[in-house]
Every structure is written in C-alpha cells, then in structure tokens.
Design a protein around this ligand. Sequence first.
Ligand code: OGA
Ligand code: MN
Length: 242
Amino acid sequence: MSLTSNAPLSALSEFPSSELSLLNHEQQAPQIHPCQAHLSTITEALAERGYVVIDQALPASLARALQQRVLFLKANDALAEAGIGRGDDHQQVRAVRQDKIHWLDRQHAAEQGWASAMEKLRLMLNRELMMGLFSYESHFAHYAPGQAYHTHRDAFRGQQNRVVSTVLYLNEEWAAADGGELVLYNDGGQLLERVLPAFNRLVVFLSEEFPHEVRPGSRDRHSIAGWFRVNGSRSHRVDPPR
Ligand code: OGA
Ligand code: MN
C-alpha cells in the first residue's frame, strides 16, 4: 500500500478549509483569533525567555489527523532509526537516542496542514523578531516504552543552522506516571521545565540555548520534532536541509 494513500484517513483528511487557517494571523475578526493569540504568545515568550509551552496548539481535527498519520506510518513500518549525522557510529547514535522517525513532506493533507501552520509561525517570527528563518524541517518520532533521547542541544553556537526547535505531542491522556517528559535545562545545566508529552501540546525553544532530554516513558510516545533554520549557504558550500 502506498504510504501517501489516505485510505485510512479519508474521513479525517477533509478538514474544513477554515481549520487549515490555524494560527491564522491574517484573519480580520473583531476579537483576537485564538490562533493569532498563540502566535503572539510564542513570539513574546521566545523574545523574553527563549521557550514556551502551548496547549491546544492546533485545531483538534488537524492534531487528530497528524496522530492518525504517525500511527499509520508506524503500522506500515515507515519509521526508521534516526541518525545523528552523516558518518556517525550507529552504536553511539543508539546510545544517545532510540526513537524511530519519518520526515514529513507535503504529500499528505495532514502534513500540509502542519507545514502551513509552521509557515505562519515562521513569517511571524521573522516579522516580529527579525530572525531571518529560511526553512522548516520536521519528522514524526516514535519512542517505544523505555526509549529515550539523552541530554543534547539541537544546535551549537556559531553554526547558524537550526535556530528554533518545535515539538508537537500526539499522545492521548498522558499522565505524569507515564513518564516520557521533555526536560529542558538552561545553559548552565539547571532544570527549567519538565513537559509531559500531552496531546496537541507544542513546545517551542531556541535551539542553541537549551540542552534538553527525553526521559523514558512507560507508553508509546508520538511527536513531531521540527526546526527552523537560517540559510547557512556560502559561496563555497551549499547547505541543504537535514
Ligand atoms: C529531538 C528532541 C524532544 C521531544 O528530537 O531533538 O529533542 O520531546 N525531541 O520529543
Ligand atoms: Mn532535541
């Protein structure tokens, strides 16, 4: 079966187009649109303290469709072990992270919905904070019970590559006892926040500033991890995504 077939999603992929205008800052409603409010909250929080946790981040139908999508990919064996970088030793990589991933593209309605939400966020951050974000890349991730991602940074200072990290969680009724938290630390290694991977919760943080880890949980844990990048291309070197 084709992985881009939306047979199991036929009912879910029909979002009303208004739902696709999530995080829609162009809407000229008299009162502030909730999606506009999320965009403003994210922008202000990034400027003030560098990270933010947003609940009910997406329209419920889109979050549900993304959840169905990752479950479908998993059921069809389309998730693969993540690599940390080209040429890295496989054993070393698996010691650091054990999740399986699948990069999103725009072939599927739910993935398009996600891409357009992140595009609105990209434009807002560029307009308000002049971040010069150039592209966005993201992957679904599945952590089986007991699997983790040890403390790491998503980017290193001066590399000018990944600038803003996002994680969206797709897990119904996640309880504290289920573990699987994202733990954020400050530059000095002090614990800032423990975030449960609750359904439709979005975490956004500056990639260089915050070491973080995924703690092992007792349930299957699904998410979309993504990164806004600046264009690091130089005349002597191209800088393609990933
Ligand atoms: C990552 C990551 C955090 C999470 O994929 O780089 O840190 O909570 N994920 O899944
Ligand atoms: Mn990370």
